[in-house]
Design a protein around this ligand. Structure first.
Ligand code: TYD
Ligand code: MG
Length: 461
């Protein structure tokens, strides 16, 4: 309908074209043109008001003379969520919550928004995926049959913006951003152009009205639908849900937070009555084998402020002419690197073997401190020999075969000792210098190189 208003902009060079083409006419890049509304608001850049609201003054001032405004925070009362948010929802802040379908985004947000409504805040729940009746059904299931949260089933951006302007809620949930579409664009809801345009408008509204806006975004496979990644730079806070939908535990991780620390995690259990915070999560990602099995090694990862024990599993099996390397929850490129280091420095060859590694429970581990545990799990699987009962390992392994310390190693060791682990192979720099009661019961083997770690493990057979 608004075909003549649309132009296409290249995501690489910013060049424009009046019609869609496979190749950008300016920089010759392929598949970079996306649709954008060409209608400027009253002769100015259509994002002018975002900047205006961020910096109401156009005067140039030294930093010291600019008053630092403290953010007004509203704790949701759900401790694990407040922890990742850095203390609560921030006035005028925009939060993006991403995650696989069915992982619990709508459940958590309904719980949070209901708590805020009960604390006296004006709220709004915009639902584009489900009908009002479905949301009501969920609120009954959550034990909130008397919820006063106003629900707006709507997917058209202009109508949502109108309701935001007229009701001026303290917080609004948009579930989900992929269902919202603007009249100004011809592309389908969920396309990159629509998702970006709608999110930009909503962000602008948040900044100018002080409403906290929470955008729900599904993580989608690359394709016609735009995942939340395209919005990460626009919003203040990005949270991702992790976890295996088949297990009860869910993690929420802050990837970006303009108002708090990143890499803090919140841990929840999905129960019959919604998501409940798990305040002491350190042992939930262990699979609790009755007897040690080959190919399994527990590591202590430090996510935010709390150490978590996670089991790393590996399976090494004879492969075909081009063996496979697969990893779930761990970086695949890093796995290839670790296999090369294993071969070169420890003489463990997996060239003709398929290698699979997995972090138990659907956790994603991005820190290199997992290296040592990954390598020990692989070696254990290859040898068909289990590591001893109560064994943990952590430490980064470099290309030269050196084992580098992990941040806050002693905290990790203390947590392992507290949970009753018996043997630890750790980087030398992480080993405690003096005897401390906190490590009681844990025999610690400090190592400097990967070959040394292998030797220690063989000695424990
Ligand atoms: P949902 O919040 O709808 O996921 P998302 O919005 O991320 O797509 O959660 C869906 C799953 O959670 C669904 O499979 C049912 C389950 N669930 C519970 O186990 N307990 C509950 O109290 C609720 C509301 C949902
Ligand atoms: Mg949902």
């Amino acid at each position: 309908m608004a075909k003549d208003k649309s132009i296409f902009t290249c995501t690489e060079c910013g060049g424009t074209s009046a019609r869609w083409m496979g190749k950008c006419p300016s920089c010759n890049a392929w598949n970079t043109l996306i649709e954008a509304s060409s209608e400027p608001a009253a002769g100015k850049n259509r994002f002018g008001s975002v900047h205006a609201s961020l910096a109401p003054t156009s005067e140039v001032l030294p930093l010291a003379q600019i008053e630092a405004a403290d953010f007004e925070r509203h704790p949701t009362g759900i401790d694990e969520l407040d922890r990742v948010l850095g203390g609560g929802m921030v006035e005028g802040g925009v939060v993006l919550i991403g995650g696989d379908p069915g992982i619990g985004k709508s459940t958590l947000l309904l719980q949070a928004v209901d708590a805020l409504q009960r604390s006296g805040m004006n709220t709004l729940y915009v639902t584009g995926e489900e009908s009002g009746a479905q949301v009501a059904m969920r609120s009954r299931r959550l034990g909130l049959p008397d919820s006063q949260v106003p629900v707006l089933p709507e997917i058209q951006l202009e109508k949502i913006l109108h309701t935001l302007q007229s009701r001026q809620p303290g917080i609004a949930i948009i579930d989900s951003i992929q269902t919202v579409y603007s009249d100004q664009l011809t592309s389908a809801p969920g396309s990159v152009a629509q998702v970006r345009e709608c999110a930009a408008h909503l962000t602008r509204t948040a900044k100018s009205t002080g409403t906290t806006i929470v955008l729900v975004g599904h993580v989608t496979k690359e394709g016609a639908l735009a995942g939340p990644r395209v919005l990460e730079h626009m919003v203040d806070t990005v949270l991702y849900f992790e976890g295996d939908t088949h297990s009860n535990f869910r993690l929420i991780r802050a990837i970006k937070n303009r108002f708090g620390a990143v890499n803090e995690i919140g841990v929840f259990a999905m129960t019959e009555k919604g998501l409940k915070g798990v305040s002491n999560p350190s042992a939930i990602f262990l699979s609790q084998h009755a007897e040690p099995v080959p190919g399994s090694c527990v590591m202590v990862t430090l996510e935010g402020t709390r150490p978590l024990l996670v089991e790393i599993q590996a399976l090494v099996d004879s492969g075909g002419p081009s063996p496979r390397r697969l990893s779930v929850g761990l970086d695949r490129d890093r796995l290839a690197m670790l296999l090369a280091v294993l071969h070169r420095h420890a003489g463990v060859a997996c060239m003709d073997q398929d290698v699979f590694v997995n972090a138990v429970g659907g956790v994603r581990i991005s820190e290199p401190a997992a290296d040592l545990a990954v390598m020990l799990a692989i070696t254990s699987s290859l040898r068909g020999k289990a590591l001893p009962k109560g064994f943990i390992a952590f430490g980064e392994v470099g290309l030269a075969g050196e084992v580098r310390p992990a941040p806050r190693g002693q905290d990790r060791l203390k947590e392992a000792a507290k949970l009753g682990f018996k043997v630890a192979v750790v980087p030398k720099a992480n080993a405690p210098k003096k005897n401390d009661k906190a490590f009681e019961g844990l025999t610690i083997y400090p190592v400097e190189r990967i070959e040394e770690a292998m030797q220690v493990v063989r000695g424990l057979d």
